[in-house]
Write a protein that binds this ligand. Structure first.
Ligand code: BYC
Length: 343
């Protein structure tokens, strides 16, 4: 059971007599702080912003939360591409709402990162300079309307699989942000499934379009979970710290297991000839993922890396006046509140 944000770390001391009898508080030495942190992690308690934490824990969280936030806002681009071409007013309104949700997710996540002592502007600079990553999946183009279905079904589906365990992340602000994000992602996943279901039960041309989208997005979706655990630089330590609750391979396997029956309901074939139920393992076996492709895309050599980052930079520059106006408004508001307090 997680402690609430404001719950005390140490038992309250009753009166002064009790205080006199209480054992002397151990000094906050490095070793003592580390022990307290380790005990919180071992008890599955949450670490909050005011708590001491090892430098590595803080750095890992900043890296992961920032990468996650960047993914949310870069993830608006492939879908934004279809807002003007959605096939009906209803589909357009839903897609606009979804893209707007992604911006909101970015905001929750940048705010969660800021509780670790970093500045959102600095994180954005790191993204724009190519010094921080975002998810590989958003470097693939969205070529047809069916891609909106495949992204919703597969990409949001993979995101939910990855993010539900993150709701139990040992760092409080990240875990709490994930709760809300996951609720919204499940709507996104259903809208994607609905788009594909409509197309795959439509004309032969629509069926082919749905199949083609799934053919292109299936393998990149499996790559979203990261490299295999044995090659993952961070999984062991992040799991020991309770940041990640499950490894990359286990989440990928769960995703495959859940997608197979859903693909059947969609009348869509997953593009993997090695996909079959393994009675002994109680899981679906699946073919080899092209890890060289993931490495290439992460390093900047995916089909749309350049376009995505350029668009992001120009959106940031074009939005400078909005940030300036918001700052000016905040200053004015602050000054008039201060003047009122003095009156
Ligand atoms: N793409 O040791 P590993 C969304 C990097 S948003 C790019 O396993 P870790 C959505 C990794 O960062 C989707 N990079 O790392 C939004 C590390 O690099 P550095 C984003 C990847 O962190 C809008 C290195 O490879 N979701 O779903 O333990 C619309 C070694 O990997 C990728 C999140 O960010 C990749 N696919 O595990 C719709 C969730 N995979 O930093 C949907 C939170 C690995 O050492 N993040 N790398 O240079 C996580 O759960 C974890 O960070 C990961 C990677 C599972 C992604």
């Amino acid at each position: 059971m997680h402690r609430g944000v404001d719950a005390p770390r140490t038992p309250a001391v009753g009166g002064s007599a009790a205080a006199e009898q209480a054992p002397a508080k151990p000094p906050d030495t490095g070793a003592h702080l580390q022990q307290r942190f380790d005990a919180l992690i071992a008890d599955d308690e949450r670490i909050e912003p005011r708590d001491w934490m090892p430098t590595g824990y803080r750095k890992t969280l900043i890296r992961q939360i920032a990468q996650h936030a960047h993914s949310e806002i870069i993830g608006m681009q492939p879908e934004g591409n279809w807002i003007t071409r959605a096939p009906s007013l209803r589909r357009k309104a839903i897609l606009i709402a979804k893209v707007q949700d992604e911006a909101g997710h970015g905001l929750y996540l940048y705010s969660a990162a800021e509780t670790l002592g970093v500045d959102r502007e600095d994180l954005l600079d790191l993204l724009h300079e190519g010094k921080q990553k975002y998810s590989s999946i958003f470097n693939y183009p969205t070529l047809s309307w069916a891609d909106m279905g495949a992204i919703g079904w597969l990409v949001d589906g993979a995101a939910i699989m990855n993010q539900v365990p993150l709701c139990r992340c040992s760092y409080g602000p990240y875990g709490r942000a994930m709760v809300r994000v996951c609720k919204e992602e499940s709507f996104h996943q259903r809208q994607g499934f609905d788009i594909l279901h409509t197309l795959s039960h439509g004309t032969p041309a629509q069926q082919a379009m749905a199949q083609d989208a799934v053919d292109r997005f299936w393998w990149p979706s499996l790559m979203m979970f990261g490299p295999p655990d044995e090659r993952s630089a961070h999984t062991a330590q992040s799991t020991a710290w309770g940041i990640k609750r499950l490894g990359n391979d286990e989440l990928r396997q769960r995703f495959v297991d859940i997608c197979v029956p859903q693909a059947r309901a969609l009348d869509i074939t997953l593009p993997d000839p090695d996909l079959r139920w393994n009675e002994n393992r109680g899981h679906y076996d699946f073919g080899a993922v092209d890890w060289a492709e993931l490495t290439r895309v992460i390093k900047g050599d995916g089909p749309c890396n350049e376009q995505r980052i350029q668009r992001r930079r120009s959106a940031h520059e074009e939005g400078a006046w909005v940030r300036e106006a918001a700052d000016a408004y905040a200053r004015k508001h602050h000054n008039s509140s201060a003047a009122e307090a003095l009156a």
